[in-house]
Design a protein around this ligand. Structure first.
Ligand code: FE2
Length: 423
């Protein structure tokens, strides 16, 4: 007797619907018209069934603080940083936890079941570290959370950052972060990359740096990050988040840089909503988009993901943690509107971040965790177009969130008609 069968599931790359059988939290069979019985059955009715969305870049310590102590009136990065600095001394472990736990419920409702969250280690009290470690443990049955030790105020620039970062790793933070473009000089930035990669190498940890989040085409810390990754044998274990300076770089230099990124098997993480919001602010017209070269990086075979970065915090007042918002913005900004390109963007919020985060058992193959989302649409492109209801969110074979299907009815001349937004 099986635990669950999801029938008539349209998988992202399959034309014909199939059935998925679940036992003990794992997918045990994938085939059409399965002749078996289960304790629970769901009829997906030909809707898209995907492995869960993954957010590879987020800040759970700052999320849902919108309006505290006041809103970001200008919407700029600098006012956001000033707001966060005002807010930090007023925070407590319990307050951060309550916000993060509330946010986790938003994520689950949207079908996002893994999040890599940076956590600011600049405050000597490390309250956010303690709070998010507690949240990571508490949410484990339903949501995979990876934490990155993020020296928001600089690793070399802030005297206690090294000590705080090491303490946070001792407390159980998973990944080493960094912010080289924020150090005082280019040389300090490169030095911070070297030191942080050495810490990761010594401790056997992954690296994920905010890297070159700048419109300055000469911000080239990704070059050092790639070089250090190879020197220390960290290939495939390092992520470069943002890389927005690549948008503004000279094409000739990029032709040298891309092979370095490939050689180091760096995972690239773009954050379309935040990049299009914060970059190019010093431009008049034309204004740069600022997002890294997603299309070209993907074409080169580099693993590219897209993260949400912020939801209702000092830097970004919008969002509900819907990774389809991220992907939709990403495909527009990258001009990836070709059919294969849109499918690739869907991968950037599902399979690609699973590789970047080294998640085990991700996917819809036999043997994978029975984690999946049923959407009210037929394929990934329609998911991007409609950002439809997550009808069922399933974790280890159990339904953990539901949304009623959206069925708008138009009445014209007394005649009712349901609108599906499909051809
Ligand atoms: Fe970030």
């Amino acid at each position: 007797m099986l635990d669950l069968i999801v029938r008539n599931a349209r998988l992202p790359h399959e034309a014909e619907p199939t059935d998925l059988a679940v036992l003990d939290g794992k997918i045990v069979q994938v085939k059409p018209a399965l002749d078996a019985q289960a304790a629970e059955e769901i009829d997906a009715a030909g809707h898209l069934v995907t492995a869960p969305f993954i957010d590879s870049h987020f800040h759970m310590d700052a999320t849902l603080t919108y309006g505290q102590p006041r809103v970001n009136a200008s919407g700029t990065l600098l006012e956001g940083i000033a707001l966060w600095a005002e807010l930090k001394p007023t925070l407590s472990v319990d307050e951060i936890k309550a916000r993060a736990l509330r946010f986790c419920r938003w994520s689950i409702a949207r079908g996002t079941l893994a999040i890599r969250s940076h956590v600011d280690i600049s405050d000597d009290r490390l309250l956010a570290v303690q709070a998010l470690i507690d949240v990571r443990e508490e949410m484990k049955p339903w949501l995979d959370i990876q934490l990155v030790a993020f020296p928001q105020d600089g690793f070399l620039r802030l005297p206690r950052a090294r000590e705080n970062l090491l303490r946070s790793l001792d407390m159980g933070v998973d990944v080493v972060g960094g912010i080289p473009h924020f150090e005082r000089t280019m040389a300090d930035g490169a030095d911070s990359v070297r030191q942080l990669c050495e810490i990761a190498s010594k401790r056997g940890l992954m690296v994920d740096m905010h890297c070159d989040e700048s419109d300055d085409p000469l911000s080239r810390h990704i070059e050092t990050l790639a070089c250090e990754t190879v020197r220390l044998g960290l290939q495939g274990r390092v992520a470069g988040s943002h890389l927005t300076s690549m948008h503004s770089m000279d094409n000739y230099y990029v032709s040298k840089l891309m092979p370095l990124i490939m050689e180091a098997r760096i995972h690239v993480i773009a954050n379309p909503l935040i990049n299009i919001t914060l970059q190019g602010r010093h431009d008049t017209y034309p204004k740069r988009r600022g997002m890294t070269r997603v299309k070209e990086l993907m074409q080169a075979g580099i693993n590219v993901s897209m993260g949400h970065d912020c939801v209702m915090d000092p830097w970004y007042s919008l969002g509900s943690h819907d990774m389809l918002d991220v992907a939709q913005m990403g495909l527009h900004v990258a001009q990836m509107t070709g059919i294969k390109e849109m499918q690739a963007v869907f991968q950037a919020v599902t399979a690609n971040p699973a590789r970047a985060l080294h998640l085990d058992g991700y996917g819809l193959d036999v043997g994978c965790h029975a984690d999946m989302v049923i959407l009210q649409c037929k394929d990934p492109v329609e998911a991007l177009r409609l950002r439809p209801a997550r009808l069922f969110v399933i974790r280890r074979g159990k339904i953990i969130a539901r949304t009623m299907p959206s069925e708008p009815v138009v009445t014209l001349d007394g005649v009712e008609e349901t609108v599906t937004f499909s051809l």
